[in-house]
Design a protein around this ligand. Structure first.
Ligand SMILES: [Zn+2]
Length: 206
């Protein structure tokens, strides 16, 4: 699956949904007390599975576990507070895998910049809601911050049993966070919402 995460980040780069060093992804198997996360500052076109960071989930916070010689010299993504808060809680229930994807899709970010509330789009585009539940936007928050992590957790409606009410949330002036049971499934939520945002912005009617 780490290989697949590398594939989706290359795809996101090709679509201009990230620049080289943007974007981060984490993955956890529900019965394990650790997760993997992409390293900070690595070019996503050349990201390799042995560059991932392995992170142990502790009562209070996290610690890095040894993984590979290459990853030893790398740091985890700066957005680790957002990933950690989700992965700690999501791992409690009986899904095989939970994947959290964060990237900066062009039309979704443009739609929020234009003042569109992403969760309202389902009214005019019911197909969107068939497979993807869209959360209310997180307002402007600094990147790599506790506020971003909290805003994402709150708006996804993460509960104490590790369930979220929504699959994807937009962060104004920044990007999206999407969750599912495989990298491609999480990526599909982004693709679906991006397509609708492109249509709305092309129509000029918003
Ligand atoms: Zn970002």
């Amino acid at each position: 699956m780490l290989e697949t995460i590398c594939d989706i980040l290359v795809d996101a780069y090709k679509r201009n949904w990230i620049t080289s060093r943007d974007g981060n992804v984490s993955i956890r198997h529900h019965d394990r007390d650790y997760f993997y996360i992409t390293p900070s500052g690595v070019r996503k076109q050349t990201l390799q599975p042995d560059q991932f960071k392995k992170i142990k989930i502790l009562e209070q916070g996290w610690e890095e576990l040894p993984y590979t010689d290459i990853s030893k010299n790398l740091k985890p993504s700066g957005e680790i507070p957002m990933h950690f808060g989700l992965q700690r809680m999501l791992g409690q229930h009986n899904h095989d895998v939970r994947v959290v994807v964060h990237i900066h899709p062009t039309y979704i970010v443009a739609a929020m910049h234009a003042g569109i509330q992403l969760d309202k789009l389902v009214k005019d585009f019911p197909e969107l809601g068939r497979y993807t539940k869209v959360a209310p936007n997180v307002p402007d928050v600094p990147p790599i911050s506790e506020e971003l992590a909290q805003g994402v957790h709150n708006n996804l409606s993460l509960d104490k049993d590790g369930y979220t009410k929504y699959d994807i949330v937009g962060i104004k002036g920044h990007g999206v966070v999407s969750i599912d049971t495989s990298p491609w499934r999480a990526y599909e939520h982004i693709e679906r919402l991006e397509h609708i945002c492109k249509i709305v912005l092309a129509s000029g009617n918003y």
